[in-house]
Design a protein around this ligand. Structure first.
Ligand code: SF4
Length: 196
């Protein structure tokens, strides 16, 4: 298990807020309490879906998610944006791969607050292994989930750096620190396995 206190310090040094929760329901309660009345856009996130976050936050917020029929543009036009990450390095760097681009774009620009909900299964010892995780664990599992015709999808064993028309890896964003156009970024870490 990673040293979460040290990781919190590293993330704080890089300009993020960081909250740690034992369980997903505790994290959901915290977010319900801190976000009431906001417009909230969601990126594609198995973690958010496993947490029931969209349903919980829709009780007292205007939530927009393309997985619930909203357009990508509407989800981008919100005060708050929520997604997960593909990997978090214990040294404080964050990694996300995206196919369409909406998730990484909204994680960089256009919102007053960005929140990453992350299970501790996403934590890697350093940047190199975080990138490896994003490319060889998260992306192949997503390709498999989506039924893509890519070499990684059959066994979700590793990335083949394919040139398939179905490739889901369009862009990879590495956060060294909080981008200044996003006034507030927060990692909500949950001590559970969530998403990929
Ligand atoms: S680049 Fe291709 S093979 Fe590699 S994870 Fe993405 S879709 Fe799979």
């Amino acid at each position: 298990m990673a040293d979460l206190e040290q990781l919190q310090r590293k993330l704080t040094e890089r300009g993020y807020r960081c909250s740690v929760f034992e369980t997903a329901p505790e994290a959901v309660d915290y977010l319900k309490g801190s976000l009431s009345g906001k417009t909230i856009g969601f990126g594609g996130s198995i973690t958010a879906r496993e947490m029931g976050l969209y349903e919980a936050l829709s009780q007292s917020n205007t939530c927009r998610w393309h997985w619930d029929g909203a357009s990508l543009a509407d989800a981008a036009d919100t005060q708050v944006y929520i997604s997960s990450l593909n990997a978090v390095a214990e040294t404080g760097e964050l990694v996300n791969i995206d196919g369409a681009g909406n998730r990484v774009a909204s994680g960089l620009y256009g919102h007053e607050k960005v929140i990453f909900v992350v299970g501790t299964n996403k934590i890697a010892p350093d940047l190199e292994q975080a990138i490896w995780r994003a490319r060889n664990i998260a992306a192949p599992k997503n390709a498999q989930r989506l039924g893509k015709q890519t070499p990684c999808a059959a066994k979700a064993d590793r990335c083949y750096d394919c040139s398939s028309p179905d490739r889901i890896c369009g862009a990879m964003v590495l956060y060294w620190k909080r981008p200044t156009c996003i006034p507030e970024m927060e990692l909500v870490l949950v001590k559970e396995d969530l998403g990929y």
